[in-house]
Design a protein around this ligand. Structure first.
Ligand SMILES: Cc1ncc(COP(=O)(O)O)c(C=O)c1O
Length: 460
């Protein structure tokens, strides 16, 4: 009789090398441990490749678009090549424009400043504040959180249909702003379907890809979105650059986001003493001031590194890490993961949870002080969503630094663990072990609140 062999587990790629792998941090209980950076959703560590590319260029650093010297020319080429690399990474249409900004927040504020007159904006209440808040000068419709991707599309369809049927005619410009992956639940949103719904009703759509682009390929063409925004520091390129890519027309028509050198083609003095300005109409129109060439080069380097590593393998590895967390904590009923679309919904490596009987700040502080694990606690700049998921009223006020929840009481904030291409298995395994030990045994140290943060009490 032949002995059945075990099915070979699919081989997973190694984590991509990132900076900080060898950094150790002190434990309050004594000794040191390698730092487990599990807050990628806030800011991811720099890829080693990005760091090396930046270091290789740094001696040749020069001004961009404003110098006759060799290194200025070289830096200008590097900056413009970075634009092309980002356009390829996002699979942009030939007519799209890539504008370098400071971050996703900056990109969405730029788009908000470029909205045509009378533009209506549609956002779900589930958005990060960077997507929720920039549209204050427009008429904003805030849509209720859906409980499934299908319901998200239906909700948007209905809101857009109401607009077209309204007495005002609803034929003016409209924009839908939607996140690709939630920074709270990690869940993927049905971007292609939402884009189709928007376009069917004459609206445009901007994709907040801050949490999507570091984990999944983003194709502007395939998703058929009008714009996409992301941040370098979440894409392993923490050098101060972000991106807004997409249609050129609204940006071309708008006043420059910042007025100054670089955005202006010609400035002349009028006879009456005033100034006439002719602005650029390409990306430069919204990139006044000296461009952040190192930031743009770093973003381009990260785009190349992720593309070369292959998103198929990166996604497979991340799903393995998500399973490690979910399965590792499946037998800990005190831990409740936050989710809109259900536990099995496709997601990126971002998971938020509450622990019965624990205040989330206390839990996160213990993970850091006793296990060297860096996570985040709070409302994650998505107050309405987190309040809703915690069972509160998304319309109510509330502070990020919530008071201690007594055992059995509803948590007022949550803990978020997040990881990505540079995360070794050991970090996630240590996290699972730490959560189990804290729930079973409690914290080994006592903690107090200082400046609104929970910290180990070292006064004893
Ligand atoms: C979904 C989402 N959008 C936008 C942002 C804002 O990004 P940034 O702080 O880089 O502007 C974040 C940051 O956490 C985010 O998670």
């Amino acid at each position: 009789m032949s002995v059945p062999t075990l099915a070979a587990a699919p081989s997973l790629c190694a984590p991509l090398p990132v900076l900080g792998r060898d950094v150790t941090v002190p434990l309050v209980t004594g000794g040191e441990v390698a730092y487990a950076a599990l807050d990628y959703a806030a800011s991811a560590p720099a890829l080693q490749r990005v760091w090396d590319d930046v270091a290789a260029y740094a001696p040749c650093y020069g001004s961009v678009h404003r110098g006759a010297g060799y290194l200025s020319q070289l830096s200008t080429d590097l900056f413009e090549n970075a634009r092309r690399t980002v356009a390829a990474f996002l699979d942009c249409r030939d007519t799209d424009q890539v504008v370098f900004t400071r971050s996703t927040t900056d990109s969405l504020n730029l788009l908000a400043a470029a909205l045509p007159d009378g533009c209506e904006v549609f956002v779900f209440e589930t958005e990060h504040h960077a997507s929720l808040l920039p549209w204050r000068n427009a008429r904003v419709t805030c849509l209720d959180a859906p409980s499934s991707p299908r319901q998200a599309v239906d909700t948007l369809e209905r809101a857009l249909a109401d607009r077209t049927a309204s007495v005002h005619g609803g034929h003016g410009p409209a924009l839908v702003c939607v996140t690709g992956a939630s920074n709270v639940t990690g869940e993927l949103w049905p971007v292609r379907e939402l884009a189709a719904a928007a376009h069917a009703h004459g609206a445009r759509i901007v994709l907040d890809a801050a949490q999507l682009a570091p984990h999944h390929p983003v194709s502007v063409r395939d998703l058929d979105v009008d714009w996409v925004a992301f941040s370098g520091h979440k894409l392993y390129a923490p050098f101060g650059s972000g991106v807004l890519a997409g249609r050129a027309d609204w940006l071309r028509e708008a006043e420059p986001y910042l007025a100054g050198g670089g955005a202006s083609r010609r400035v002349t003095r009028r006879a009456d003493g005033g100034l006439d300005v002719e602005w650029h109409d390409g990306a430069a129109r919204h990139e006044a001031g000296s461009p952040n060439v190192i930031g743009a080069h770093a973003v381009a380097s990260a785009c190349k590194a992720l593309t070369e590593a292959g998103f198929d393998t990166l996604v497979a590895r991340e799903e393995h890490l998500i399973r490690t967390v979910r399965e590792g904590l499946a037998d800990v009923p005190e831990v409740r993961f936050l989710s809109l679309f259900g536990d099995d919904a496709p997601r990126v490596g971002v998971l938020s949870f509450v622990v019965e009987g624990w205040n989330s700040s206390h839990f996160a502080a213990a993970l850091s002080a006793e296990y060297g694990i860096g996570v985040r606690d709070g409302l994650f700049c998505a107050h309405p969503l987190v309040r809703r998921l915690l069972g509160g009223d998304p319309r109510s006020q509330g502070e990020c630094g919530a008071p201690e929840a007594a055992p059995g009481e509803k948590s007022l904030n949550a803990v978020r663990v997040s990881f990505g291409a540079g995360t070794p298995d050991e970090h996630v395994e240590r996290f699972v072990r730490a959560v189990k030990e804290l729930v079973r045994d409690g914290a080994k140290w006592s903690y107090r609140t200082e400046d609104g943060r929970c910290v180990p009490d070292t006064s004893a």
